[in-house]
Ligand binder design. Structure first.
Ligand SMILES: [Zn+2]
Length: 430
């Protein structure tokens, strides 16, 4: 059956950092969907004429945007969002790791998995690279719930064998066996994929990182994710622990962990040498602006990432980040650049939409499937409508252009502006 979704359609066709006219908009637009895929896109009057029998669903005064792609978000950390007054290593010790230890209880883990996945969907995120839990059973229940949610999830067991809490530590043999079990069960199962996930090299011995490298070598279609260059104290500790490494990136390179399928979160304090090597390896960065500001990590050097042509997209980094909304994350990214004056990159609303959608899809190698409304892609989209009497509604009423409307959405739209969210044409909104 053909479904015609009518509303104000906005998406990015290409990379607005390097190409002109990347934003395409249809004020009275329509997405034509058949069997979960996009069959056509255009003005409603024209598309509806060609397909008079299509079932029309009209979202009046609403926007239709591609589903967001969150490239860095932690499943166990919803309860600690907003833990104020702490810097990274203290924040981990006093709030984050004690909460993560609670996921040893699989019933609790399942409850948290449901809450987490529901909140992703409620915020318009249809695809995510998710930092998992330290416990194998907590990952089985997470993947099980992710499979039921319909969302496109890439995730993995988090690994560490030092400097965390004892109950979170693994060892290289155990890590290898548990990863294999999870990979066999969940990798490429429906919309799920597996990412090998050492917490960060600070918490991982060379032997444990070598296990990660072995897994990637044995199965090259796996993904890899970890943290890098987040705070100065963290970087100094990493360099003390790995005496033979010249910088943070080399602790991962040594074990074959820096490649096309690698996504590193943060990269706030990065050298030119590291940027050059990340670009050459075609790895991606998850830029987590709200987390970087909240935990006081610093401001992302977007200009240097662009100069070196290192790919980056957005990550909410819940719970270091301040919520799931990639609208808000976009606003924080924008503000983070403006604060750097001449050193910053003045972002446009089109660039923010790109970073929240197509750039993320590219980082996760899903840009042939999702990220915009190109004909033939899966119909992953959200319906955004300003609540009655809201500030957003007032601002949109005076919007002079598509770019201005998009800027208003990034500035003011949040969870309460989402009417519905779809993956492959089916609602995932809970
Ligand atoms: Zn993180």
């Amino acid at each position: 059956m053909l479904k015609l979704i009518r509303g104000y359609v906005l998406h990015t066709l290409k990379n607005p950092f390097f190409e002109e006219e990347a934003l395409e908009g249809f004020e009275d637009g329509a997405l034509l969907i058949e069997k979960g895929k996009i069959l056509e896109l255009g003005d409603f009057s024209q598309v509806s004429k060609r397909y008079p029998d299509a079932d029309v669903i009209y979202y009046k005064d609403a926007f239709i945007l591609p589903g967001f792609v969150d490239c860095h978000v932690h499943y166990p950390q919803v309860p600690i969002i907003g833990a104020m007054g702490l810097r990274l290593l203290e924040w981990l010790d006093t709030r984050t790791l004690p909460e993560e230890a609670r996921l040893a209880d699989s019933d609790y883990a399942r409850t948290q998995a449901r809450v987490f996945l529901g909140l992703l969907a409620r915020n318009g995120t249809t695809t995510a690279l998710v930092f998992g839990a330290h416990f194998k059973e907590a990952m089985h229940v997470f993947f099980d719930e992710a499979d039921k949610s319909g969302l496109r999830i890439t995730s993995g067991l988090v690994l560490g064998d030092r400097l965390l809490k004892d109950e979170l530590h693994t060892d290289p043999d155990k890590a290898y066996a548990e990863n294999l079990e999870l990979i066999r069960r969940w990798h490429n199962h429906g919309r799920l994929r597996y990412a090998v996930t050492p917490r960060f090299s600070l918490s991982c011995s060379d032997e444990l990182l070598a296990v990660c490298g072995r897994l990637l070598k044995e199965q090259p279609d796996l993904f890899f994710t970890s943290h890098i260059n987040e705070q100065i104290e963290e970087i100094e500790t990493v360099l003390e622990l790995f005496e033979d490494s010249s910088d943070y990136l080399s602790t991962y390179e040594k074990h074959g962990l820096v490649g096309k399928h690698s996504v590193f979160a943060h990269n706030v304090h990065v050298s030119d040498s590291e940027l050059g090597r990340l670009a050459k390896a075609e790895s991606s960065i998850a830029h987590c602006a709200s987390s970087n500001m909240f935990i006081g990590s610093g401001l992302f050097d977007m200009k240097r990432h662009l100069e070196h042509q290192v790919q980056f997209a957005l990550g909410s980094d819940v719970g270091g980040g301040t919520g799931f909304s990639l609208f808000k994350e976009g606003l924080m990214a924008y503000q983070g650049q403006m604060l750097q004056l001449a050193k910053g990159f003045p972002l446009t609303a089109t660039q923010l939409l790109y970073l929240a959608t197509l750039a993320g899809a590219k980082a996760l190698h899903l840009d042939q499937t999702v990220g915009n409304f190109a004909v033939g892609k899966e119909a992953d989209f959200m319906i955004v409508k300003a609540p009655d009497k809201s500030t957003l509604k007032q601002t949109l009423e005076h919007s002079p252009s598509a770019e201005a409307s998009l800027a208003a959405l990034f500035t003011l739209a949040r969870e309460d502006s989402l009417l519905d969210v779809f993956v492959s044409g089916e609602s995932v909104f809970v």
